[in-house]
Each structure stands twice: as structure tokens, then as C-alpha cells.
Design a protein around this ligand. Structure first.
Ligand SMILES: [Zn+2]
Length: 415
């Protein structure tokens, strides 16, 4: 029985998983496929040699491994072994396998009976790669899943999500029953690769995540008049593209003023869209993100004001349409402090940062469970790609720091 942490073994297991489930294009562990099921079975085999650990899948297909403690109050450690198609070797499965390492250490140190219950959860379909709906298992568990929207999802071959999950023993109408798993949850921890360049640019291995960005996503349509590109003098034009183009510069100023927010115009379509006509209609999409709800609201209102100004200047009409929004989700202050301490004790300089992408941790925090995430540096800041990578020494340090965080969280819960 292992009583001490073995971070090198985690790196070796990540490599083993890659060999089992990746091809020359990268990881192929898309949820609700045979390769994903094979990865799950492999994960099962990594844990079931530990005596006294109970393993089951819940109603939403989330995998739970539970080590009962002296208290029913539970520390949850989460990850996702599913990947995008042609994905990297770390996104999601690092968290799951670091969780396995921590579970082994706790099992050994406390002779199979820790002070509080410790549970590893491998969430089902975090990526949403097949059906376009991410955080499937964790949003079912948190109860926030949109049942009507999800019920109608189909993959590119026309297979319905409800039918695909049935093959893995999931009755879609019952997925929210998985919420009972959170009954005694007292804290939730997740280790993840950063998937961005911030820690790399700071030359830091690890970061403490403060929460996930709130998002405002809108379509903005400017409408002017199509007119001949030769016969229409410049001062007589109602050019919808000109107004939209001014937005492109303005969002950089808005983001700069927001201190920490980001804005993206990700799409621009023009009508009639021919080389010989002034643009009659220009539709752009705007994605704005910030960790602070007030700052996000300010960013949105500044974008609206700017669009009205540019529309008036160009004598074009303006329409806004909300595509999607989510509020910022903040992690627990005490766990954030413990995460900083754990990073220091592992020999790194702590650094606090927001998460741009959503993660399962956001769903669990939304459900009211005290939550924190730890990030480890991504080389090149690249993810969802087979070139995704992190230095082995940083992976090992991450497992060590994450284990210290788990230890601190157990004592925090037991108090
Ligand atoms: Zn992930």
C-alpha cells in the first residue's frame, strides 16, 4: 500500500493513457464513445486495488470513487478524462490522475480511514465536443442543466444525445438525480492546465484561480444602404461596415479600461457582400468577459454607447441581440488562501488569476460548494491541440502542490 505521494507515477500514468487513447492526431477520448469508455475502464483499474474504496457511476454518467472517512462531510476532487477530438494529453485527465495520486496518498497515510470522506469524481462530457454542450455531467449534478435545450441536441451524424447516452446506461430524464452526490460535499478542488500563456509569460509554474469569467455574448447589426461603389460619393454613403469597423478598435480601448477584461469580435458578415457595393448590413458578434460583474456590466454599456455613436455618425441603424450570458463565478476565499499556501510549500511563487474558460469547477461553485482551482503552466499557452504540453517537472510540482492543498482542505473541513 502506498503511503507517500508519487508524482512521477502520475506523469507515467498520463503517458500510459496517451498510449492507450491517442493516435497520431492526438487524444481521442470524446465522451460517449468507445475510446472514452476504454479510458474509464482503465481509470477504474487504477483505483480498485485500493481496499475499501466504493466506485459507481451516477445518473449523469459521472464516475465516483469514494473513500469513507470518520466524517460524512466530503472533500471532492474532480477532473474529466474526456477530451476534444485530436486533443492534448493533459486537458482534463491531469486533474483526474492527480486526484488518483492524492487518493492513494490519503488512503495510505490514514490507513484507509481519513478524518473526512474523500471522493474522486470524473465528470462526464466536460468538453461537449460531440453534441456542442459542455459541462454535461457537472451541470446535471449542479441542477443547472437546461433540459429542454440538451434534450434536442444531435451530433454531426444526426444521432441524438439522449440516444447516445442511453448506450452508456444513462436515462437522460433522470440526469439531475445525480445532484444527490453533492449532499455532503464540503469542498471541491480541481487541478487543470492553464490552456493560456499567462503563467508562461510570468515564468511561474502554478497559479491559484479566483473564479471563472462572466461572459456577455451579443450580435450587433448595423444597417445602412447598398449603393454603387463607383457612383456614390464618399460623403453620401450609409456604410454599415464603417460603423462596425470602428467597433473593432473601440473594444480594445474598452478592454484596456476594464482592467482585466477581454473583448472579441469573432465574426463579421456583410450584405450584399460584393466588391461593387457599399455594405448595407453588417453583423458582428461581440464576446466580453470579466471576473467582476460590475466591470463586465460597464464593458457592455460602453460597447452599447460606442455602437450608438458610430451608428449616428454613419447614419445607419443599429440592433443588439443577446446570444448568451453567464455571470462571473467566484471561488471560495479561504480555499484560495489555502491554494496559495500549498503552492508556496511546493516551492513555487503563488499567483492569483481568473480563468477565461469555464470548467466543471464553475458548476460546482454555482451549486454552492466551496471551490477552488489550481492552474499549472501550459507551454506555448496552447490547448485543445495535440501539441498541448507542460514540462514534466511542472506536472510533478503541480501534483505535489495539489496534494498539499487536499491535505489542507481536509483539515479545513474537519475543523
Ligand atoms: Zn479541461
Amino acid at each position: 500500500m502506498e503511503s507517500s505521494l508519487d508524482p512521477k507515477r502520475t506523469v507515467a500514468e498520463l503517458q500510459e493513457l496517451r498510449a492507450l487513447t491517442a493516435d497520431e492526431n492526438g487524444a481521442q477520448r470524446v465522451a460517449f464513445t468507445q475510446t472514452w469508455a476504454k479510458a474509464r475502464e482503465w481509470l477504474h483499474g487504477k483505483i480498485d486495488n485500493l481496499p475499501g474504496i466504493e466506485i459507481h457511476d451516477d445518473e449523469a454518467g459521472n464516475f465516483w470513487a469514494t473513500l469513507g472517512g470518520n466524517s460524512d462531510k466530503a472533500l471532492l476532487i474532480g477532473g474529466h478524462i474526456d477530451s476534444v477530438p485530436n486533443g492534448g494529453w493533459l486537458d482534463g485527465c491531469l486533474n483526474t490522475l492527480a486526484g488518483v495520486a492524492v487518493l492513494r496518498r490519503i488512503h495510505g497515510q490514514h490507513k484507509g480511514r481519513p478524518p473526512v470522506t474523500v471522493r474522486l469524481v470524473d465528470w462526464a462530457d466536460e468538453e461537449g465536443a460531440r453534441f456542442g454542450k459542455s459541462l454535461f455531467g457537472s451541470s446535471a449534478c449542479s441542477g443547472k442543466i437546461d433540459m429542454n435545450e440538451t434534450r434536442n441536441l444531435k451530433d454531426k451524424d444526426g444521432i441524438r444525445l439522449v440516444d447516445a447516452v442511453k448506450e452508456y446506461g444513462i436515462d437522460f430524464e433522470k440526469v439531475r438525480d445525480s445532484g444527490k452526490e453533492l449532499k455532503d460535499a464540503a469542498a471541491y478542488l480541481e487541478l487543470h492546465i492553464e490552456q493560456g500563456p499567462v503563467l508562461l509569460d510570468l515564468d511561474l509554474p502554478l497559479g491559484t484561480v479566483l473564479g471563472t469569467f462572466g461572459v456577455e455574448r451579443h450580435a450587433i447589426t448595423f444597417r445602412g444602404q447598398a449603393a454603387h461603389s463607383g457612383s456614390t460619393p464618399m460623403n453620401r454613403r450609409r456604410d454599415a461596415f464603417l460603423a462596425a469597423a470602428k467597433m473593432s478598435l473601440e473594444i480594445y480601448r474598452i478592454a484596456e479600461r476594464s482592467r482585466g477584461g477581454v473583448c472579441t469580435i469573432g465574426s463579421c458578415t456583410t450584405k450584399p457582400g460584393i466588391v461593387t457595393s457599399v455594405v448595407e448590413e453588417c453583423r458582428i458578434t461581440l464576446d466580453q468577459r470579466h471576473l467582476d460583474a460590475g466591470a463586465l456590466a460597464r464593458m457592455l454599456s460602453e460597447a452599447k454607447t460606442a455602437s450608438e455613436k458610430f451608428a449616428a455618425e454613419g447614419h445607419v441603424d443599429l440592433a443588439w441581440e443577446r446570444i448568451w450570458r453567464i455571470e462571473p463565478i467566484l471561488f471560495n476565499n479561504q480555499l484560495i488562501d489555502l491554494c496559495d499556501e500549498a503552492i508556496s510549500e511546493a516551492g513555487a511563487k503563488p499567483h492569483r488569476m481568473p480563468s477565461g474558460p469555464l470548467h466543471d469547477a464553475a458548476e460546482i461553485a454555482r451549486a454552492g460548494i466551496p471551490t477552488v482551482m489550481m492552474f499549472v503552466q501550459s507551454l506555448g499557452g496552447i490547448s485543445h491541440n495535440k501539441i498541448e504540453n507542460t514540462k514534466e517537472e511542472h506536472l510533478e510540482m503541480a501534483v505535489t502542490a495539489f496534494d498539499k492543498l487536499a491535505d489542507k482542505a481536509i483539515r479545513w473541513i474537519a475543523r
